[in-house]
Design a protein around this ligand. Structure first.
Ligand code: AP5
Ligand code: ZN
Length: 215
C-alpha cells in the first residue's frame, strides 16, 4: 500500500509512522529524518539543509524532489511505502505525481492528521528526541528514565527547531505553503481526514482502519 501521512508539525506523523511501518511491513520514509541524518553526518546536503531547518523554513524544493525520487526508487518500496513530511509544497506534490507515475506506484491515500495549534505547540515544545529515531514527550510519553532513550540508552536531546520561536515559524510556514495541499489531494479524491487529538493508540487504531482498506 502506498500512503502519505500528512499534517502540521507535531501532529504525530513520526510517532504513528514508526508503528505503522512495523504493522504493515512497509518502509517509513521521513524526509525530516533523512535530512537530520545528513546534518549529523556533515554531508553537503546536510550543511545546506541545516540553514533552513534551524530557522523553521522549508529546504528548497529541488533538493527534496531529488532526494525523494532516489528513495522511492529503492527496492524496499516495491511492496509499498509510507511517506512522512513529503510533499510539503504544490511543486513537491506535482513532482511526486510524476515520479509515482514513472515508477507505477501511485498513492492510495493521503491521511491528514488534524490537531489544534495550541496542542501542536505543547507537543513540540515537550518533545525529546533520540538519534536512533525514537521520540518522547516530557508529559505525554515520558521515557522510563528521565532524559534517556528506552530503546538504545542514549541521552535524549531537544531538536533545535523545537524551541518556541522556531515552532511558531514552522506553523506559519505550514499554513502558507503546506496546508493548500489538503485541497489539492481532496480534489484528487484521495484525502482522508482523521482526528489526531486523542491518545497515540486511539489515533493509531483510526489510521489502521483506513490503511486496512488498501491491504
Ligand atoms: P520534520 O522532521 O518533517 O518536522 P515536522 O513536519 O515539523 O514534523 P515533526 O517531526 O515536528 O512532527 P510529527 O508530526 O512527526 O510529530 P511527532 O510524532 O514527532 O521536518 C523538519 C524540517 O526539515 C522542516 O522544518 C524543514 O526544514 C525540513 N523538511 C523536512 N521535509 C521537508 C520537505 N518535504 N520540504 C522541505 N523541507 C523539509 O510528535 C510530536 C510530539 O508529540 C512528540 O513528543 C510525541 O511524543 C507527541 N505526540 C505524538 N502523538 C501524540 C498524541 N496522540 N498525544 C499526545 N502527544 C503526542
Ligand atoms: Zn534511542
Amino acid at each position: 500500500m502506498n500512503i502519505a501521512l500528512f499534517g502540521p508539525p507535531g501532529a504525530g506523523k513520526g510517532t504513528q509512522a514508526k508503528e505503522l511501518s512495523k504493522q504493515y511491513s512497509i518502509p517509513h520514509i521521513s524526509t525530516g529524518d533523512i535530512l537530520r541524518a545528513n546534518v549529523r553526518d556533515g554531508t553537503e546536503l546536510g550543511l545546506k539543509a541545516k540553514q533552513y531547518m534551524d530557522k523553521g523554513e522549508l529546504v528548497p524544493d529541488e533538493v527534496l524532489i531529488g532526494l525523494i525520487r532516489n528513495r522511492l526508487s529503492e527496492s524496499d518500496c516495491d511492496t509499498g511505502y509510507l511517506l512522512d513530511g513529503y510533499p510539503r509544497t504544490i511543486p513537491q506534490a506535482d513532482a511526486l505525481t510524476d515520479i509515482l507515475k514513472e515508477i507505477s506506484k501511485p498513492l492510495d491515500a493521503v491521511i491528514n492528521i488534524e490537531v489544534s495549534d495550541d496542542a501542536l505547540v505543547k507537543r513540540l515544545s515537550g518533545r525529546r528526541s533520540c538519534t536512533c529515531g525514537e521520540s518522547y514527550h516530557v508529559m505525554f510519553n515520558p521515557p522510563e528514565k528521565e532524559g534517556i532513550c528506552n530503546a538504545c540508552g542514549a541521552e535524549l536531546y531537544q531538536r533545535d527547531d523545537d524551541k518556541e520561536d522556531v515552532i511558531r515559524q514552522r506553523l506559519a510556514v505550514y499554513n502558507e505553503k503546506t496546508k493548500p495541499l489538503i485541497d489539492y489531494y481532496d480534489k484528487a479524491g484521495i484525502l482522508v481526514n482523521i482526528d489526531g487529538t486523542g491518545a497515540v493508540d486511539a489515533v493509531f487504531a483510526d489510521i489502521c482502519k483506513i490503511m486496512d482498506q488498501f491491504k
